[in-house]
Each structure stands twice: as C-alpha cells, then as structure tokens.
Design a binder for this molecule. Structure first.
Ligand SMILES: *Cc1c(COP(=O)(O)O)cnc(C)c1O
Length: 396
C-alpha cells in the first residue's frame, strides 16, 4: 500500500481499494483526515517527546476527556502504546489488587478468568490471557494465573472461580475470535459475580471501544448499567497513530476508602514512550471529534446498513451478520463453497475481496470482519458492499 484517502487505499501500482479494514479498526476517521494530520503536525513542531519524568498538559487534557466523555465513571488513566500493553497494565493492577485484597488465609489472589475465543494481545501477559491455543503454540510455558471459560456460559464461569481468583477479563464484542457479542444477561451476571466474590471486572475495549459499536464504549452498547473496574483501550483511540491506555476506577476497595486507582503508585508501572505529547495531541483531536461528531450513533446507523444489506442478499454461503455498529462479522457457512487447501474460508474470501478491490479481514476461520472507518460515507459503504456481493455471489 502506498497512499490513503478517507476510506480508500491505493497500492504501489495505483490500484484503488475500498477499505473496510481501516488499519484493523484503528483509522477510525479515515486515512489522512486533516483533523488528525493537523493535530499531529502542529504538535510535532512544538514538542514530540520528553519522557514521563515531566508532566505535560496534553496528557491531562486527554485523560480528562476519556474519563468524562468516553468512560463516564470517575477514574484515572495510564497511557501506553498498544492494546497488548494496555492489557498487561490491567493484569498488573489486578495482581496488585490480589495482594491488597488477599484470600481468607492471607495468600495473594492472582488468577484471572478469561474466555475461549478471546484475544488480548501478543505480549507474554496478554498472550497468556488470550483463550486461543493457536496464539500460544510453541511459546509455552505460559505465564501462570489464567483460566479460560466458554463465552456466555455463566454457570461455567461461576464454577471456575476459586479463592485465587482476583479478576474476570472479557471483550464486550470478541473481535479477532469471530465477532461474538457478549449477551447482556451474561455481562450483568459477570458483574454480579465480581461483586459477590470481590473480583475486578476487567473489560478489554481495545477493538470494540471508542464509538465503534454504537456507543462510546462497547459494553455501553450491550449493558450500560454495569460498572467496570478496569478498561483497556487502544486501536481507534488515536485514529491510526500508535497509542493505548488503561483506565482504573476510583471506587473504594475497602472500608478505609482506598481507591482502586491509588494502588498503582509512581514507580509501580511505567513506559518511556507512553502518552507522548504527539500521541496525546493526536488522540485528543480524534476523541474530541468522535464525541462532537456523534460518531457512535453514526456507527450504529452504518452498521445497520451492513447487516440489512448483506442479509437481504439471502446468499447460501452467508450465515448471518453478527456484531454491533461498525464491528461486523459476516458468517460464512461451512461447506457451502470450496476452499483451497491450507486456507480458512475467511482467509480465502478475504483474498478474493482484495482481488476485487475491497479490503476486509478475517476473524477466526469462518467469519469475514468488516470494520470500516466510522466516518465512511454511505456511498463508499455501499460501493464496498457491492464488491462483497459480487465475490459472495460467485462463490455461491
Ligand atoms: C488488537 C487487540 C489487542 C491487541 O492490541 P495491539 O495494539 O495489537 O497490541 C488486544 N485486545 C483486543 C480486543 C484487540 O482487538
């Protein structure tokens, strides 16, 4: 690829593609959006990086915006560079919480329950948290302290909690694992189990957050009344600039009123590049545009177009459209078309789309994921869907 413009990408040969991949759900305002480019360039001329030894106003401003307008629950934010780092951060907070709130016999709690088909990243911590064997092959032994349970199975989850458990971690909509939204009653049940057993409710909003699913955060599109303790963010947070963060609630963890967010004190975590002036200024421009421009509502409306359009084709190879807002998965019916050896159906269809001028991406073996920019014009959305239709009709 050589050049981007809105929801189009151009390769080195000058071929144009409709982009339903958007840098894997990162370029939420399209490619080379002047709002993003101007913020980035302006900050580059002033100060790019100075380390976290000094306070910078860009970080304070952005943290305030994220706490007030995105998360909406009092808390603090730590800035890092990626989703995996954000998840490692919340895993560290959960482990420290397990020390401050030990088991009845005084031993620290350390175990975190996550879910099958989840994806949390590629670092040693976030990979261990990921409930997919294929991500872990030949990197074992894994970091200890993770247990995987079937997604949306409350009984199995309740049975998995032990005296070592300190947290439950999940995506509101599993992205990489096949675009599987959490059921509202399940999410409510998770929150109740957390309260009952003094566990942290840890949400990985890396892919489903920042307006992608039709609300500012993915969980709010499903079950807005729950209150997470820890939230990890990245992907769309800075419109394609590398950036991540995790949010920690200010809620009290004991009778003395110790705030959860205070258990990570200066020196307990850090990042040389986390939250640089240039990353924060860029992210601030993106997030304030997302909020001001009501992009969450727009994502919901555009996502409906994807769902109703694709389902109206009534193609035998399509098994429905899952997901919320502009995080959509087209289910590909097993055995309904021939797939070249060594390829998954999703990877095969994705490669055909690319040849036809549409960029998407697989999510698991049988799901084609559509995650365009949140500001994709309706016309471009329909242009991309027409290409998809051509590809799927030929298959069928
Ligand atoms: C992409 C993703 C990650 C990892 O983010 P990186 O920036 O690639 O480290 C973690 N969790 C979820 C849900 C993701 O989609």
């Amino acid at each position: 690829m050589a050049k981007g413009e809105g929801s189009y990408l151009y390769d080195t040969e000058g071929r144009r593609y409709v982009d339903f991949c958007a840098g894997i759900a990162t370029c939420c305002l399209g490619h080379c959006n002047p709002i993003v480019v101007d913020a980035l360039c302006k900050q580059a001329h002033e100060l790019m990086h100075c380390s976290n030894l000094y306070g910078i106003p860009q970080q304070d401003k952005l943290a305030e915006l994220i706490v007030n307008d995105i998360i909406g629950i009092p808390g603090r934010v730590f800035f890092c560079n990626s989703g995996a780092e954000a998840n490692d951060g919340i895993i560290k907070v959960a482990r420290r919480f397990g020390h401050r709130r030990p088991a009845a016999d005084g031993s620290p709690r350390y175990e975190i329950i996550t879910f099958l088909k989840s994806f949390h990243g590629r670092t040693l911590g976030s990979m261990a948290a990921t409930g997919q064997k294929k991500i872990q092959i030949e990197f074992d032994p894994m970091l200890i302290g993770f247990k995987y349970v079937d997604f949306n199975d409350l009984e199995a989850l309740a049975a998995a909690i032990t005296k070592e458990t300190c947290g439950i971690m999940l995506e509101a909509v599993q992205g990489e694992g096949g675009v599987n939204p959490v059921q509202p009653e399940f999410l409510r049940g998770v929150a109740e189990l957390c309260r009952k057993h003094d566990l942290l409710l840890m949400l990985d909003e890396v892919q489903c957050g920042f307006c992608r699913c039709g609300e500012t955060m993915g969980w709010k599109a499903i079950c807005p009344d729950i209150k997470p303790d820890l939230v990890s963010c990245a992907k769309g947070i800075a419109g394609g600039f590398p950036m991540g963060c995790f949010w920690v609630s200010n809620r009290a963890i004991n009778e003395e009123g110790t705030e959860l967010s205070s258990i990570m004190n200066a020196g307990s975590h850090g990042s040389t590049f986390g939250g640089t002036p240039i990353a924060c200024a860029t992210s601030y421009a993106v997030v304030s545009e997302l909020v001001k421009g009501h992009y969450a509502a727009r994502a919901a409306a555009m996502g409906e177009i994807i769902k109703t359009t694709v389902e109206a084709w009534k193609l035998p190879c399509v098994e429905g459209v899952r997901g919320l807002g502009l995080l959509r998965g087209v289910g590909l019916r097993k055995g309904s078309f021939a797939v070249p050896e060594g390829m998954t159906p999703a990877a095969y269809v994705n490669s055909l789309c690319m040849k036809a001028g549409l960029l998407a991406c697989p999510a698991g073996p049988d799901t084609l994921r559509l995650i365009p920019a949140l500001n994709i014009p309706e016309e471009t959305l329909r242009e991309g869907l027409d290409i998809l239709r051509g590809v799927l009709e030929k298959l069928a």
